[in-house]
Design a binder for this molecule. Structure first.
Ligand code: NAD
Length: 489
């Protein structure tokens, strides 16, 4: 099975913040991998636009280094790299002033190409850049803009940002990126749900006991301490990434796999989410690694705020008030410095109504696990007879439903989330991007939760470095007779 690479239309992609961390780690190496895959037209241009005083030659060197560092195994050799670098340009620009805008305008206006502008800069600059794109004649109806997270820090700021962008661009020109939606397995989840007869009839409160979504990281806040301490896990992860995963797992089947059909269904899920009671939330802060405090300090030391009440971990229980899901708990959990780096959605089905094998065979549940990282894949736990003599003993075995086992890995084109999403922007496909009303609805659900713990002066519970989070998070499920899936690589 050879994967098909469909070339995209000729484009100019301007990366505002083209010298920044995200551009160097993800966007540019991702574009190079698409180039290697033969997807990037030979005349397409990538134009870095940032504050640094560089020329195009200097920018190409910077990108060469970034690709050497972050390009991954799929980089395709020196000859290709030179060609790719030849497609790069650079403009020194001031998002808040006039410098560089005329030069950029001369490069991109009047060409018969897809024009895409990636705002890989601090959100405080989004409005300035949008305004200048219009002022310099680059915000025509065909232009597309890509905006990074965080999209606001509450409903009011998200609304205001949506309003600002809507002054210059139509909604069908705005691509709000959530890279979780670009992951192969996330799309595979939709294929499994809506491409098979098997699952959809069982996909409801009658057959599903509960659903867990875990995004666990082993890293701490690193160099992002100042930003993170003002944000916390709820704003940084739950409002966007976990919420998007929740939507895809819970939404009704859209009429087509088309942008607004999918996003309408996601929006309905968010609007049906129940408010979360305080006893259904556990917040945590990681502790220093014992005997290695200097390398792995505790959260408060890492963010240089000894009295910080910001959470680096959160676990919560919510429900979706609609016909399909009423009464089914959805447990969400994310945290830093946990036992393993692992993102997983788990659908735990209910017990069979009656065991014909008697009590000694034990009760077994089907568990569908959708792993986003590492080792993307989908596994269904099924119950079978333990082989051999000695009566009817039951065991659970995993049925691997991911392509890695079935398809020849050498012929599968592994595409990183950013690569896929950038190519979707060029194709003009918004299905995997968040719409403005979705983001606002997500904040409308999140805000009262944050306001609640601010009003109560809630102090996060400490948890051990390399653990599964505070013990209260374990209790959150245990008191309802359930267990979290173990966080493991
Ligand atoms: P960064 O600080 O590393 O880079 C910022 C870039 O913006 C630089 O290229 C800088 O030259 C440019 N810039 C700053 N002020 C400017 C101005 N006045 N005019 C023109 N250019 C200016 O930031 P980053 O980590 O690359 O993040 C960029 C965006 O992506 C942010 O919105 C961030 O929240 C988001 N994001 C980053 C990551 C990540 O892993 N780095 C992940 C998710 C989202």
């Amino acid at each position: 099975m050879v994967s098909r690479v469909i070339p995209v239309d000729l484009f100019d992609l301007v990366i505002f913040g083209g010298t920044g961390d995200l551009a160097r780690r993800k966007i540019l190496p991702g574009l190079f991998r698409r180039f290697c895959a033969g997807q990037m037209p030979a005349e397409a241009r990538i134009i870095g636009a940032a504050r640094s005083e560089l020329d195009t030659k200097g920018y190409r060197e910077m990108v060469r280094e970034a690709i050497a560092e972050f390009g991954g195994e799929q980089a395709c050799g020196d000859e290709h790299l030179e060609k790719f670098l030849g497609q790069l340009e650079y403009v020194t620009i001031d998002a808040r002033g006039d410098q560089g805008w005329k030069e950029l305008q001369q490069l991109v206006v009047g060409t018969d190409r897809v024009e895409a502008y990636y705002f890989s800069v601090a959100p405080s600059l989004f409005g300035d850049i949008a305004e200048r794109l219009q002022k310099w004649g680059m915000a025509d109806d065909e232009a597309r803009i890509v905006v990074e997270k965080p999209f606001g820090r509450d409903l009011a700021t998200a609304r205001s940002l949506n309003k600002t962008l809507a002054t210059y661009f139509n909604e069908d020109q705005i691509y709000r990126i959530d890279h979780y939606l670009g992951k192969e397995t996330v799309q595979n989840l939709m294929a499994v749900r809506f491409g098979n007869m098997l699952f959809e009839p069982l996909w409801n409160s009658q057959y599903v006991d509960h659903i867990q979504i875990t995004v666990a990281e082993t890293v701490g806040v690193g160099g992002r301490g100042e930003y993170y301490d003002k944000s916390g896990a709820m704003r940084d992860m739950v409002q966007n990434h976990l919420m998007q995963l929740l939507c895809l797992i819970a939404m009704e089947p859209p009429a087509q796999f088309a942008p607004d059909a999918v996003r309408d269904e996601k929006l309905k899920v968010i609007r049906a989410l129940e408010a979360v009671a305080p006893y259904h939330i556990v917040r945590g802060q990681y502790q220093a690694e014992p005997c290695n405090e200097s390398e792995n300090p505790g959260y408060r030391t890492a963010v240089e705020n000894p009295r910080s009440r910001t959470e680096s971990f959160i676990a919560l229980r919510t429900e979706i008030s609609n016909w399909r899901w009423a009464g089914t708990p959805f447990y969400l959990r994310t945290g830093k410095r946990m036992a393993a780096r692992s993102s997983e959605i788990t659908v735990v089905f209910k017990d069979t109504p009656h065991s014909i094998f008697g009590d000694e065979a034990g009760r077994h549940r089907n568990v569908l696990s959708i792993r986003l990282q590492p080792n993307e894949g989908i596994t269904l736990g099924v119950t079978i007879k333990e082989p051999g003599p000695g009566g009817m003993r039951l065991i659970d075995v995993p049925l691997d439903m991911s392509f890695a086992e079935t398809l020849d890995p050498d012929h599968v084109d592994h595409v990183d989330a950013y690569e896929r999403l950038i190519m979707d922007v060029i194709r003009g496909n918004q299905t995997l991007f968040m719409r403005g009303d979705e983001v606002e609805a997500a904040w409308a659900w999140t805000d009262p939760i944050i306001e609640g713990w601010e009003a109560r002066n809630d102090v996060p519970k400490p948890y051990d470095h390399g653990s599964e989070g505070p013990t209260d998070a374990t209790e959150l499920l245990r008191r309802e007779g359930r267990e979290w899936r173990k966080v493991k690589e």
